[in-house]
Design a protein around this ligand. Structure first.
Ligand code: TYM
Length: 329
């Protein structure tokens, strides 16, 4: 099985990214013989307003963070999207088989564009670039969080349309969501997903937050009316979110967490989740500081990743051009 996933460098990485995505990346890098490809999708990050210096630094930050959580350059391929030109090329070619109507129905496009004075064309065509990312690698599985579901469906549609119009070229990829924590919610507004762009700063726990900040954010988390600690997301979104986070951070099933807190109060739960998350991220913070301080080494590892990604994606890009009728060079 071949694994591929992408993550944006801009916006500080939060516990939603960790639980929904990064943790799965680490788990898949060894379990799959076809190789695991993880892409810092810098080209996606220019579709909303951003600062070029920030993009540069955040890309290196993210590389260091991904290594710090457990990706290993010898066991997977980590690279920057902009280092492999095939991604930009594939996006243009695939735009020929992507429906304008389908792009307009993307909820993330609507959410990110809402109320903005300027909405870039890139924000609209973003899912085509994402489809190319995945399809170029003949990907079998894509570990993602729940918010990418619609984009993944679009990638599958694009693959099928291309295959039927130009002949069998792409594998049709399948998404894999974590069993627990596919959609981590904002601690202050637990009916909204945790996000650095649309969430509340106090309700967003960053992987690199210092321990006291993490504790404080959990302590002030919004809970629900009633007193029972039970996992019922529709009825008790706040408490259920905390239970999910604690389940992942402590490695215990949800039912066991519920049992442990039978008859106890929300205060205990909040304190314990905070502590568990502090411990979960402690080694990550330490490793991150070490890795981030050696930029030359990060660049070297990203270069190696880009070379491998380029080699793997080249034949598929070549077939795309060929089957679409372009004259060979
Ligand atoms: P991005 O950078 O917004 O998010 C990276 C990953 O984190 C997951 N995630 C969450 N999971 C659980 N709870 C949350 N609150 C939460 N917030 C984010 C996302 O689902 C994602 O898996 N379009 C993508 C990046 C991308 C991509 C790709 C992904 C580009 N090309 C190819 C997979 C394959 C994005 O913006 O993710």
């Amino acid at each position: 099985m071949r694994v591929f996933s992408g993550i944006q460098p801009t916006g500080a990485k939060h516990i939603g990214n960790y639980i929904g995505a990064m943790r799965q990346y680490v788990a898949t890098q060894d379990a799959n013989e076809g190789g695991a490809y993880f892409c810092i999708v810098d080209l996606h990050s220019i579709t909303v307003e951003y600062d070029p210096r920030d993009l540069h630094d955040r890309s290196l930050d993210l590389a260091a963070l991904l290594f710090a959580v457990g990706l290993d350059a010898d066991r997977c391929v980590l690279f920057c999207q902009s280092h492999v030109a095939a991604h930009s090329e594939a996006a243009w070619l695939l735009s020929a088989v992507t429906g304008f109507g389908q792009l307009g129905r993307m909820t993330q496009f609507k959410e990110k564009g809402e109320g903005k004075e300027f909405v870039s064309a890139g924000l609209f065509t973003y899912p085509v670039l994402m489809a190319g990312d995945i399809l170029l690698y003949q990907t079998d599985i894509v570990p993602i969080g729940d918010d990418q579901r619609q984009h993944l469906e679009l990638a599958r549609d694009v693959a099928e349309r291309f295959n039927s119009r130009y002949g069998e070229t792409f594998k049709v990829p399948r998404a894999v969501y974590p069993e627990v924590g596919a959609r981590i919610m904002d601690l202050q507004e637990p009916t909204k997903k945790m996000s650095t762009t649309n969430g509340t700063p106090q309700g967003t726990v960053l992987v690199l937050d210092d321990p006291d900040t993490i504790r404080k954010k959990f302590k002030t988390a919004v809970t629900d009316s009633g007193r029972e600690i039970r996992f019922v997301p529709e009825e008790k979104p706040g408490v259920s979110n905390l239970i999910e986070i604690l389940s992942v951070a402590s490695g215990r099933p949800i039912a066991e967490v519920e049992e442990d807190y039978d008859g106890r109060g929300y205060g205990d739960l909040k304190t314990d989740v905070g502590e568990a998350v502090v411990e979960l991220f402690r080694p990550v913070r330490e490793r991150y500081a070490e890795l981030r301080s050696d930029e030359d080494e990060l660049r070297r590892l990203l270069r190696i990743g880009a070379e491998k990604a380029q080699t793997t994606s080249a034949p598929t890009l070549h077939h795309m051009y060929e089957r679409m009728g372009f004259v060979a060079r």
